[in-house]
Every structure is written in C-alpha cells, then in structure tokens.
Design a protein around this ligand. Structure first.
Ligand SMILES: Cc1cc2nc3c(=O)[nH]c(=O)nc-3n(C[C@H](O)[C@H](O)[C@H](O)COP(=O)(O)OP(=O)(O)OC[C@H]3O[C@@H](n4cnc5c(N)ncnc54)[C@H](O)[C@@H]3O)c2cc1C
Length: 319
C-alpha cells in the first residue's frame, strides 16, 4: 500500500467520498400507564426545541465528504522511534471529532521547502475517531521522502492541509466474516490498528482478529502496549503475533520474517471459507506474502506465500 507507485496511481481510485448521515431518530418515550387520561401531545414548538437540543449534542464530524482542504494546526509532535513520529493536529472546534470510518485515510497537502509544486500523500489517523478536539497521525520518515520529511520538520503551531473527504481503502462490514487475519509490516500497521480498534470497540461486531506484524528491529514494533491491552480485554477475539528480522540480543520478540510456517501456525487456513486476509506493507513484503498489486492500484490477484498456502483472491485484500 505504501509504495510510491501505488499511492500516486491509486489515489483517484481510493477517493471514495463518504457521505455522513446526520439523521436523528426522535427519541420516543413510551407513555406510562396511568389511570388519568393521557397527556396531550407536545406542542409543535416543543418538539422543535427537543430536536434541536438533541442535534446540538451530537459532535460535528470534520472528515465526512467533500473535495475542499482544511488547514489544521499541529498541536504536538512526539518522537516514537528512530524514524517515526506521532503528530497531533487540532480540529477547528474542541468538541468536533474526526468521525472517520474504519480503514479510512486522509489526503494531506503541503509544499515542502524547496519544492515548486504541492505534494499530496494519504495518512491513516490512529486516534479514536470519536475523540474530540484532535486527530493523530503516525508518520514514518523515508530518506528523501518529500512529505514524510516535511511532516517530521513541522513545529507546533504550523499547519497542514487535509482534504475533508476521506479515502476509504476497504469497506468494512461488521460480522461479514467471522474471523480476519491482518498481515502487516512497517508503517502498514496504521490501518490495521485503526481497524482492530474499530472492531473491538463495536459491541455489535463479533469478528475475531489475528494480527501478524513483521518488522526490522525491536524499535519498529509499534503499538505493542495498545495491542497487549486489547489482547487482555478480548482474549477470545484478538491475538497479536510479532516477528522481528533483526532483533537485539535481549529482544522480547521472536526472530524471523513473516513466513508460511508462521502464518500456518497462527491464522485460519484457506479451507475456512469465512476467513478474510487483509495485507498492508512495503512493496517487497507485499510481493512475497500476497503478490504485487496490478495496474493502477488494482488488486492483481493473490500471489506469494498466501497463494502457495491455497488462499483464493476472494479471501485476500491488499490495502
Ligand atoms: C491509504 C494510505 C494510507 C497511508 N497511511 C500512512 C500512515 O498512516 N503512516 C505513514 O507513515 N505512511 C502512510 N502512507 C504512506 C504515505 O502516504 C507516503 O507514501 C509516505 O509517507 C512516503 O511519502 P514521501 O513523500 O515521504 O516519500 P516520496 O517522496 O513519495 O518517496 C521518496 C522515497 O522514499 C521511499 N519510500 C516511499 N514510500 C516508501 C514505502 N512505502 N516503502 C519503502 N520506501 C518508500 C522510496 O525510496 C522513495 O523513492 C499511506 C499510504 C496510503 C496509500
């Protein structure tokens, strides 16, 4: 997903504007049974007052639809590891929320110093979409990366431009699959974290989630405390498996790459018709595990290790 080729070519395909519904069901109170005659229905003006009061309680959602860009101020920038920062941007109103659906990203726009033209790149917010006042991005910096270096250089108070209509990379439907496997590497963890939290936060969604996260070094294992906490809270529904190709001598993580053996040991096999495997990672890992994407960011059919294991193209989606 995070390859330059895919990003640039697939941006139009990904540009699915999500139209937020803002309808409210009027709350109806059942009349208690009394011996006296039922009270008259509220006057029309009372009903209007009640509805507008309810509406004013619903927080404004900033990222629902549209092609315009909105500047947000950087509130804080925190170093997470040797190449990754967490950036918190203030929403225009402290009570407003991002309001993004699971597996959505935001297109950002900036003109890095020395550049002639603006650069556009998508990033996946990692903050809770219902958390008021801010959105957080986790940004991995690439050597010579135009936008990632610009974002790492931003100071609190400076702004970044965000497209108001989000990019939906995959339409998540609760309970469509009884179990999913999320295979990821590097910064590909951000959409997987977003989706895992959305599933486990929704009491209606009973999907079981297995996360396989392959990274280069110990410091690249992102969100470990958060995932451990989710495993503790949902022991029957969530499991995270890490593998580190170059661990330190005292590493708490097992050494290795994401291999057929590792997948076989932890995720449901292709014979489980109901399994869905989502992949998100750097191009080399994508090719080895799920097969490269096709032209213009199309899925390109399953390949690599997942194909060898017998998964069909219908069972696999590359974010
Ligand atoms: C839907 C979507 C969501 C995304 N969410 C996030 C996110 O939450 N966090 C995040 O950090 N990134 C995310 N990305 C990737 C991000 O959009 C940029 O592509 C990335 O930050 C690199 O942009 P850049 O301008 O810095 O690099 P560019 O100037 O485009 O590239 C410069 C050089 O950097 C290297 N490079 C760039 N991308 C990669 C890569 N993926 N793997 C290996 N080398 C690379 C290459 O050598 C390239 O030549 C997402 C991408 C998509 C499509």
């Amino acid at each position: 997903m995070f390859s330059q080729r895919v990003l640039k070519s697939s941006a139009p395909l990904l540009a699915t504007a999500v139209i937020g519904g803002g309808l409210y069901a009027a709350s109806l109170q059942s009349a208690s049974q009394t011996q006296s005659a039922p009270p008259p229905p509220p006057a029309a003006t009372d009903r209007i007052v009640q509805t507008s009061t309810q509406r004013s309680k619903e927080p404004e959602k900033i990222f629902t639809s549209g092609f315009s860009f909105q500047d947000l101020k950087l509130q804080s920038s925190e170093v997470v590891n040797h190449n990754t920062k967490r950036l918190r941007f203030e929403l225009p109103d402290k009570d407003a929320v991002g309001g993004l659906r699971a597996l959505s990203a935001l297109l950002t726009k900036a003109t890095p110093s020395g550049a002639w033209l603006p650069v556009l790149r998508p990033y996946t917010p990692i903050s809770d979409p219902d958390e008021p006042g801010h959105i957080d991005l986790l940004v991995k910096r690439y050597p010579d990366g135009k936008m990632s270096n610009h974002l790492h250089s931003l100071l609190p108070g400076q702004t970044l431009s965000f497209k108001t209509g989000p990019l939906l990379t995959y339409e998540w439907t609760p309970n469509k699959h009884s179990q999913i496997a999320l295979i990821t590497g590097g910064a590909g963890i951000t959409p997987m974290y977003q989706l895992t939290r959305a599933i486990l936060k929704n009491p209606e969604d009973q999907t079981k989630v297995t996360l396989i996260f392959g990274v280069n070094g110990d410091a690249d294992v992102l969100f470990e405390p958060e995932f451990r906490e989710l495993e503790r809270k949902f022991p029957d529904r969530f499991k995270a498996v890490y593998t580190v190709s170059n661990p330190t001598a005292s590493s708490p993580f097992p050494k290795g790459y994401v291999t057929r053996e590792l997948l076989k040991a932890h995720i449901p096999g292709p014979e489980e018709r109901d399994i869905k495997v989502l992949f998100c990672g750097p191009p080399a890992m994508e090719k080895a595990i799920a097969g490269s994407k096709g032209l213009l960011g199309s899925q390109g059919g399953v390949g690599g290790v997942l194909k060898e294991m017998g998964y069909s193209s219908d069972q696999v989606f590359k974010l």
